[in-house]
Structure formats: C-alpha cells, structure tokens
Design a protein around this ligand. Structure first.
Ligand code: FES
Ligand code: FES
Length: 162
C-alpha cells in the first residue's frame, strides 16, 4: 500500500491505496463520493467522468497513485456553496436532461469541461463532445437542450459581471 495525497473538491485528502486502485474506487469506496458512477469499467460509458486538474477524465481508467498532488472535482463539487444545484445541474433538472439519472453525473462533468473550453458550443459540438458519455434513457435531445441553456445562463452571468 502507498499513500496518495490529492485535493478533492477543494479538500486535501490522503489515503493508502494499492497500485491497482482506480481513481473511481478511491472516490467512491474510500472517500464516500458515490455521485461518481460506474457503468461499465471498460472506459466506454462515461458515467465515471470527473475533472482531473481541470480536464474531464474517465475515473475508471486512471490509477489513484497517478493522481498524487492532483486536483480532482466530482459531481459533489458542482453544487453551489450553499448546497443548491449549480448552473449546469439546475439546467439538467429544468430541461428534463435525465430520466434514471445514472449517466447524469458524468454528463454534467463533461458538460462543464466542454463549456470551460467552448462557452458557446453549437448543437453539433455538444453532441460530438458527448460521444464518450452514453445515456440509455433520454435520447440525448434534452441533455443537449440542458447544456445549451446552461451555456446561455453562464454567458449572461459573465456579461453581468463585466
Ligand atoms: S465506468 Fe468509466 S467509462 Fe464506464
Ligand atoms: S438518464 Fe438514464 S442513462 Fe441517462
């Protein structure tokens, strides 16, 4: 066992892990952050998507030990400081971007990564970006609408702040 230290949702944490321990196992089983889901374990579904040093990654394809000193953000870190839903989470709720919700944490984390790099994506760009996130329920239309609404909301917040 080796100790890995990292920052998760703004908090410094250290845990002993094995060399084979995956980031998603560290988050869910050792840190209790079960909002990050496991849908396939083969890097296909995207349910486990989190941010690693600001980039969207599939946490089932990253070893925990490789995250030494890194900053990780999970779906639990997407809420507002008062615990209310963040802009993207609220947009998913408002635009019915989820049904069973299993894919939703990964979708929200991917959407956040997309909007950071491309604040005003086209529908095509959103659909292409979400290729690594599978949803078995929604048909994706409302997920795309939710992300478009979140982009508009975040854009107007930026304008108001300027
Ligand atoms: S659980 Fe990681 S991609 Fe499916
Ligand atoms: S809402 Fe059920 S898998 Fe996407």
């Amino acid at each position: 066992m080796t100790v890995v230290s990292l920052v998760v949702n703004g908090k410094q944490v250290s845990r002993e892990v094995e060399g084979r321990t995956l980031l998603v196992e560290l988050l869910r089983d050792r840190l209790g952050l079960t909002g990050t889901h496991v849908g396939c374990d083969t890097s296909q579904c995207g349910a486990c998507t989190v941010h690693l040093d600001g980039e969207a990654v599939k946490a089932c394809s990253v070893f925990a030990l490789d995250c030494e000193g890194a900053e990780v953000r999970t779906i639990e870190g997407m809420a507002n400081p008062d615990g209310s839903l963040g802009v993207i989470q609220q947009a998913f709720q408002d635009h019915h971007g989820l049904q069973c919700g299993y894919c939703t944490p990964g979708m929200v984390m991917s959407a956040a990564a997309l909007l950071k790099d491309n604040p005003n994506p086209s529908e095509k760009e959103i659909r292409e970006y979400l290729e690594g996130n599978l949803c078995r329920c929604t048909g994706y239309h409302n997920i795309v609408r939710a992300i478009q609404a979140a982009a508009a909301e975040l854009g107007s917040t930026r304008v108001a702040a300027e």
